[in-house]
Design a binder for this molecule. Structure first.
Ligand SMILES: [Zn+2]
Length: 687
């Protein structure tokens, strides 16, 4: 149950800390309580809320001015700073209330023109509502319990019954000028209200100080929680499920492939999505329910979810273990139905508003799988995680509504107006997607120089990366340096069980796999006529059979996705240009060069490409600084000359190799290619 997290000594600390930077006490406390709200997912999730304080401060010319400091776009309430609460001239905002209507773009322009600091972020889309109500402190959340109470056909009566005259009730209106006017009118009708309930949207609380507004939010949400806990009926009678549900690592790639829509402008390319899986008792009760087709398709729990989750999730049948082809067909049919429904929804509503909107991609962002759980989906792991968080919140709220009544959302037209509202779309940003956005790459030997450089390069190009290495600590350090969602997993590529486990975990974690960089290797030496056969076999295990093991594991995930893929191998120049006494290393590498061609031949029809990079003389675990110093000394040349002993006289780096792998991954019409990255060595040139 909701409890106040306000700690007076922490509040005082915040005031003192910010005072050192010249921030006034009221703004410091505004930041403090905004963070308290932002840290509780039952109150605020991914931008679903905002706060404000009315105060006085000097403008850039030193004139004291009445301002509204309101949450800025792009700031997370959980970690907000005073600079995330841009100050807007209050008189300018209040003056707008006299107008009858105001287009959104004009509202945004006036708000920006009224900023004290022209470099500040855009004020929240709910700024005018904060400005039109007189209280000093205003808190707004999309609290789950409040939504559970009000997202019902008689939500208004339920709110009135629970809160009496303490809260004003505002009918559903899209955020912006209209909602601000309506909310101010409700407030004026009874200025004693402690806050407002916005139908199908969320809750505002007011206070003379930061603590009062915050404690009122906690109290009002707690009241809703208490109410939802009473007289619950048992919900979600379970449908009949197959006794043997398929494993997550088998289901995810099929689902992911079904949701990847072909890019008709680029043959062989797809708009791929990354998946984030969630399951729990609550999620299972929800997805297993016999009436899932009704309550899951009824719409969003609060309007701004639509830009992250779309208005309804994809429904697929329960997957039976061992009958994956059946599930694949059903999933593809379900996605085709989803796309058709979304396209119709867009056309119908675009016509209603007079046209002119551009349809977003019609792929689902949430999928519900009976027997298993739910998936959030997005063009990156971050987007997928946000969609999954919001989907879990929807499960909780819809469960509460159904346990105490019937869940009801806003209308289709209202959802469209929110989804295609330019001010909502602006929250997503307009950055051009990176070339590997939505793709999942795995790199073996990822803790080594070339592996780490390659993982970095692929992550930078937009892929989600899994880093496999026997040295898990080193792999974790590399993944941490890459940041984002980079995943480190322990893997001995010469061990079949270890490979199987690592690839199953990747499929479960990201939903599938598109690119393999089979990079792990090590050098063994020995004169070929004398070398112990055990040495040769050991080298073959790592430098040939391990490549085969990981390539097989990758193909097993790529085939069910049905969206092709790319197998990349670190082969080395030894495969074509043997060095003296390097037979134990070069022989398996030569076999691996042929392995590349065999995969290109056998899987070309499935859109799976296979390419290799022949690199030479790279500073790495194979060619250590110490070893380089000794070799250079033995040849009587400088280290620099030793490392640059090639046609171009340039040292070749791990980053150069990484760029070659990246180029191969991006070349959709290239397979069975060997790219040489050695600065030029005519004896190693392919002919
Ligand atoms: Zn809101």
């Amino acid at each position: 149950m909701m409890k106040s997290a306000w700690v007076e000594s922490d509040a005082k600390d915040a005031v003192e800390r910010y005072a050192r930077n010249g921030v006034a006490a009221d703004l410091a406390l505004r930041v403090y309580s905004t963070r308290l709200l932002g840290r509780d997912p039952r109150l605020v999730l991914h931008g679903g809320g905002n706060t404000s304080v009315k105060t006085r401060m000097a403008d850039l010319l030193g004139n004291q001015t009445d301002v509204l400091c309101v949450k800025g776009s792009g700031w997370d309430m959980a970690s907000i700073e005073p600079s995330g609460m841009p100050a807007v001239r209050l008189d300018a905002l209040r003056g707008l209330r006299a107008r009858d209507a105001m287009p959104d773009d004009e509202m945004v322009r006036v708000q920006r023109a009224s900023l004290l600091d022209p470099m500040a972020p855009n004020p929240s889309v709910e700024t005018l509502l904060h400005a039109f109500v007189p209280h000093s402190f205003i808190d707004h959340t999309h609290a789950a319990a409040v939504l559970g109470l009000i997202d019902q056909p008689d939500g208004r009566a339920r709110a009135r019954d629970l809160y009496g005259a303490r809260m004003g009730l505002v009918r559903y209106i899209l955020p912006g000028f209209g909602l601000a006017k309506e909310s101010a009118a409700v407030f004026d009708a009874d200025p004693k209200v402690e806050g407002l309930i916005l139908e199908k949207h969320g809750i505002f609380t007011f206070g003379a100080d930061a603590r009062e507004a915050y404690e009122r939010m906690i109290e009002m949400v707690s009241l809703a929680e208490d109410r939802l806990a009473q007289n619950r009926k048992s919900v979600f009678v379970s449908s009949t499920l197959p006794p043997d549900i398929a494993a997550l690592s088998d289901v995810a790639p099929l689902l992911r492939g079904a949701c990847a829509l072909p890019d008709h402008a680029r043959e062989g390319d797809f708009a791929r999505l990354v998946l984030d899986f969630r399951t729990s008792d609550a999620v299972l009760a929800f997805v297993n329910g016999r009436d899932l087709g009704r309550y899951s398709q009824a719409g969003v729990i609060t309007p701004d979810h639509t830009i992250r989750t779309k208005n309804w999730p994809l429904l697929v049948p329960a997957p039976t273990a061992g009958r994956m082809a059946e599930f694949r067909d059903a999933a593809r049919q379900a996605v085709a139905g989803f796309v058709a429904r979304y396209t119709d929804y867009f056309a119908r509503n675009n016509a209603r508003v007079g046209g002119g909107r551009t349809m977003l991609d019609p792929a689902p962002r949430v999928a519900l799988v009976p027997g298993l759980g739910l998936f959030g989906m997005g063009r990156s792991q971050k987007e997928a995680r946000i969609a999954a968080d919001l989907a879990e919140a929807a499960v909780a709220t819809i469960t509460d509504a159904e346990a105490t009544g019937t869940f009801e959302s806003i209308s289709e037209a209202e959802m469209f107006d929110c989804e295609y509202w330019p001010l909502e779309q602006a929250k997503l940003g307009s950055a051009k997607p990176l070339p590997l956005a939505g793709q999942i790459a795995v790199v073996t030997g990822a803790a080594g120089a070339i592996g780490a450089a390659t993982a970095r390069a692929f992550a930078k190009a937009g892929a989600e990366v899994a880093l496999l290495d026997r040295d898990i600590e080193a792999a974790r350090a590399t993944a941490a340096a890459i940041g984002g969602a980079a995943l480190a997993l322990p893997c001995d590529v010469t061990d079949a069980a270890s490979v199987r486990d690592a690839f199953a975990r990747i499929a479960g974690h990201f939903g599938g796999l598109d690119i393999l960089v089979s990079n792990a290797g090590a050098a063994w030496q020995g004169k070929i006529g004398e070398v112990d056969e055990a040495v040769l076999r050991e080298s073959f295990e790592l430098n040939f059979f391990a490549h085969q093991k990981v390539a097989q594991a990758a193909v097993r995930i790529m085939l069910p996705q049905g969206t092709g893929g790319c197998l990349l191998f670190n082969v080395s120049k030894q495969a074509v240009n043997p060095g003296p006494d390097f037979g134990p290393y070069g022989l398996p590498k030569a076999a691996t060069l042929f392995l590349v061609r065999q995969y290109a031949l056998d899987y070309g029809a499935d859109g799976i490409r296979a390419n290799a990079v022949n690199a030479d003389r790279i500073r790495s675990g194979l060619l250590t600084d110490d070893f380089i110093a000794k070799r250079a000394q033995a040849r009587g040349v400088s280290e620099k000359d030793y490392m640059s002993g090639n046609l171009l006289h340039r040292e070749v780096t791990a980053d150069d190799v990484a760029q070659a792998f990246l180029a191969q991954a991006l070349a959709l019409k290239t397979t069975a290619d060997v790219t040489t990255v050695d600065g030029g060595n005519i004896a190693a040139a392919l002919r």
